[in-house]
Design a protein around this ligand. Structure first.
Ligand code: NDP
Length: 248
């Protein structure tokens, strides 16, 4: 158990990649607080599932877009479990549309959730990490933020922003024993891809050298590595988990 008794926060933990990260952390002995925005039923089920693994897990309905709620999230984790060691910024949304059709609301909603939300949670957590001179952050970005994808100007901008944020913060806090890295998934089978037609998915697979969509576990394993001592000399990096899609 490589994260035994570590306290972790995972934003957007109820579904998809976030859920896989919560389960990975719990299996490795961590005490986890996860957030969600709407999916209370999924949260209940996940708490039950982790309970069966013998873990205490807390699920909080906290919208990452709310700065004060993000502050409350950090305090709740520290009060419940006595500290904070790990932060995984995973919560994210898409509102894909060609730019000429995109509304200002669709632009702002994505930036506010994916980028401002990550600021809100990290800004509040970093105070604790700086004081204790330790901490480990993994941000979930996307290949979209690296290579760009049509109909995702809002999403790609938010995800490219996360990469700049990750590299800057890594430099800023390295002297305090805090590592900050990012994972950039390619196409992973989650609810986020549920709206896509099968023909479109088949077309996407043609562009993936490893000839398959990713699974949530492909991503949680990469997160596990970056959070582990095996990655103790790695900070400010973006680990791409995309079956080769974005090979340059
Ligand atoms: P899902 O849509 O399956 O899950 C998203 C999670 O984020 C849910 O738990 C959701 O909660 C939560 N969430 C959404 N908005 C908020 C908010 N405002 N406040 C708090 N929680 C929120 O997404 P994925 O698992 O597919 O994606 C997870 C991350 O991985 C995202 O950052 C995404 O951009 C990134 N990613 C995904 C890829 C993919 O192919 N799936 C590819 C590349 C990156 P609720 O259920 O309550 O809405």
């Amino acid at each position: 158990m490589i994260f035994k008794d570590k306290v972790a926060i995972v934003t957007g933990g109820t579904r998809g990649i976030g859920k896989a990260i919560v389960l990975m952390l719990v299996r490795e002995g961590a005490k986890v607080v996860f957030t969600y925005s709407k999916s209370a039923q999924e949260a209940e089920k996940l708490i039950e599932e982790t309970g069966k693994l013998g873990a205490q897990t807390i699920g909080l309905q906290i919208d990452v877009r709310d700065f004060d709620k993000a502050k409350e999230l950090i305090e709740r984790a520290k009060t419940a479990f006595g500290g904070l060691d790990i932060l995984v910024n995973n919560a994210g949304i898409t509102r894909d549309k060609a730019l000429m059709m995109m509304t200002r609301e669709e632009w702002l909603e994505v930036i506010d959730t994916n980028l401002n939300g990550l600021f809100n949670v990290t800004r509040n957590a970093i105070v604790t990490f700086l004081k204790q001179k330790s901490g480990n952050i993994v941000n979930i970005t996307s290949v979209s933020g690296i290579i760009g994808l049509a109909r995702q100007t809002n999403y790609a901008a938010s995800k490219a922003g996360i990469i700049g944020f990750t590299r800057s913060l890594a430099r800023e806090v390295a002297a305090y024993g805090i590592r900050v890295n990012a994972v950039a998934p390619g196409f992973i089978e989650t609810d986020m891809l549920a709206g896509l037609k099968n023909e479109f998915k088949a077309k996407m697979i043609e562009h993936i050298p490893l000839s398959r969509l990713g699974e949530v576990w492909d991503v949680s394993r990469a997160v596990k590595f970056l959070l582990s001592d095996a990655a103790g000399y790695i900070t400010g990096q973006v680990l791409v988990v995309d079956g080769g899609l974005a090979i340059k």
